[in-house]
Design a protein around this ligand. Structure first.
Ligand code: URP
Ligand code: ZN
Ligand code: ZN
Ligand code: ZN
Length: 494
């Protein structure tokens, strides 16, 4: 029999309003939202008095079990999505990253086969374009038309591995526009990183601080500006993943003010901690924070990124969850360029953003919902199936206690990684009940979910939220030639 759940007396929070309301769930869907709903026979009642009822979090950026830099991320799709649920996240968007020269569709199928039987929450996939050819161009269309993918990530870093040249970015962005996808960029200048790394090593800087020193903020800001320029040249919507610095965030914010269709994604790590950790005397501590682009040593960075997120200069939040345990990080003990890049976040994102964003007074609970869930659903074309508490929406719901606190620690987290970059952080804002696909999967600190509970979410192209403006600009913004009489005068002979 279908699970029936009535959430009573909570404050339902959407991105546009908060109302005290009951929520009735049946068969994986929200069936009714309203005051004083009757308890249907067989329904389980959850008392949400003094609590908030939020759309489940959507983590826009994860890399579960990614094979990367000589090893494999320890959070697999099972452990990683279970941890997500414990933190109030009910959907992740992970990345298919084909090797250069390899089929995008084959890589997608293989990632589906890996993830489908393991996921505990709903998920979808972005696909990376790591090389360019006519075949890649065709496959991008197959992926959008048949496979539920409407977002493609292009790397401007990881030279010789994933990096594309500007002409290839131009071609890939043009293709995204034709097929109604959103272009995502990892914006860092890969050539400058390669040179910077050689320079640091030649100076005898082999520790994790070298990772930041070889790729300072302007390396990220330059690539961000370049990507925005290329996207604008082809009228393609752009999504900058993991915006890590004040400089890059300012570039995104200025572009939005100039009317560009661009979205910036800060991540939990960048909002909750900073790059001073790379200078920590303990090697393992410092290495734990290595990710690309790096966290920034300017300690005002997290607060600045949060201000921009609160004010819609930045739009959504992910985590870039890509976890390597310390013994894996140690592949780079004598050379920072060999430290596998990646940090945790999928479990703690919601609490970190509540603490640093809402508890601090920078944003209200409605903006919290916008940046943790509904904006992602709108950009990636899943709204209002996801990202909203409303009739007919998916029953991915979190009962949230805004007052309660918890202390983040690797000793208590549900992730497989053996440390936590937020270790010791005290957060207000705790998920007390998580409901995924209409089933209570987490309550009273206990998970109750099996692998395969989640499903792949097909996303259609031409998201209205993104493409209405693009389409109109295509119509009215087309340059036209000046009508003239032909030139009749003399022409020199050559
Ligand atoms: O350090 C990171 N970000 N690892 C994952 C790969 C990527 O660039 O997103
Ligand atoms: Zn990246
Ligand atoms: Zn430490
Ligand atoms: Zn990433």
């Amino acid at each position: 029999m279908a699970e029936r759940i009535l959430i009573k007396g909570g404050t339902v929070v959407n991105e546009d309003c908060s109302v005290i309301s009951d929520v009735y769930i049946e068969d994986g869907k929200i069936v009714d939202v309203g005051p004083e709903l009757q308890v249907p026979p067989g329904a389980r009642v959850i008392d949400a008095t003094d609590r908030l009822v939020l759309p489940g979090g959507i983590d826009t950026h994860t890399h579960m079990e990614l094979a990367f830099m000589g090893t494999r991320a320890v959070d697999d799709f099972y452990i990683g999505t279970k941890a997500a649920l414990a933190g109030g996240t009910t959907m992740i968007l992970d990345f298919v990253i084909p090797q250069k020269g390899k089929s995008l569709v084959a890589a997608y199928e293989s990632w589906r086969n890996t993830a489908d039987p393991k996921v505990c929450c709903d998920y979808s996939l972005h696909v990376a374009v790591t090389w360019w050819s006519e075949e890649v161009k065709r496959e991008m269309e197959t992926l959008t038309k048949e496979k539920g993918v409407n977002s493609f990530k292009m790397f401007m870093a990881y030279k010789d591995v994933f990096m594309l040249q500007d002409s290839e970015l131009y071609a890939a962005f043009s293709r995204c526009k034709e097929i109604g996808a959103i272009a995502q960029v990892h914006a860092e200048n890969g050539d400058l990183i390669a040179e910077g790394a050689k320079k640091m090593l030649s100076l005898g800087i082999t520790g994790p601080e070298g990772h930041e020193l070889c790729r300072p903020e302007e390396v990220e800001a330059e690539a961000t500006q370049r990507a925005i320029t290329i996207a604008h040249a082809v009228n393609c919507p752009l999504y900058v993943v993991h915006v890590m610095s004040k400089s890059a965030a300012k570039v995104v914010s200025n572009a939005r003010r100039e009317g560009r269709v661009v979205f910036g994604e800060p991540i939990a790590a960048g909002l909750g901690t900073d790059g001073t950790n790379y200078w920590n005397k303990e090697w393992a501590h410092a290495a734990g924070f290595v990710m690309g682009p790096p966290l920034r040593p300017d300690p005002s960075t997290p607060g600045y990124l949060m201000d921009l997120l609160a004010n819609d200069d930045l739009s959504v939040t992910g985590t870039d969850n890509c976890t390597f345990s310390i013994c894996q990080k140690a592949l780079g003990k004598d050379d920072f360029t060999k430290i596998p890049n990646g940090v945790n976040g999928v479990e703690d994102r919601m609490s970190v953003i509540w603490e640093k964003g809402v508890h601090s007074g920078k944003m209200d609970e409605n903006r919290f919902v916008a940046v943790t869930s509904s904006n992602a659903a709108k950009i990636f074309n899943m709204y209002p199936q996801k990202g909203r508490i409303d009739r007919d929406s998916d029953a991915d719901v979190v009962v949230w206690d805004p007052i309660m606190t918890r202390k983040i620690s690797a000793k208590t987290h549900h992730q497989a990684v053996d440390y936590n970059i937020f270790e010791g952080m005290e957060c207000h804002g705790v998920p007390v009940v998580t409901i995924s696909r209409g089933k209570v999967v987490y309550e009273n600190g206990k998970l109750n979910v099996s692998p395969g509970h989640g499903s792949f979410v097909h996303r259609k192209p031409f998201s209205e939220f993104v493409y209405k403006r693009i389409r109109q600009r295509e119509q009215v913004g087309r340059p036209s030639a000046v009508i003239r009489e032909p030139y009749q005068g003399e022409v020199i002979s050559v």
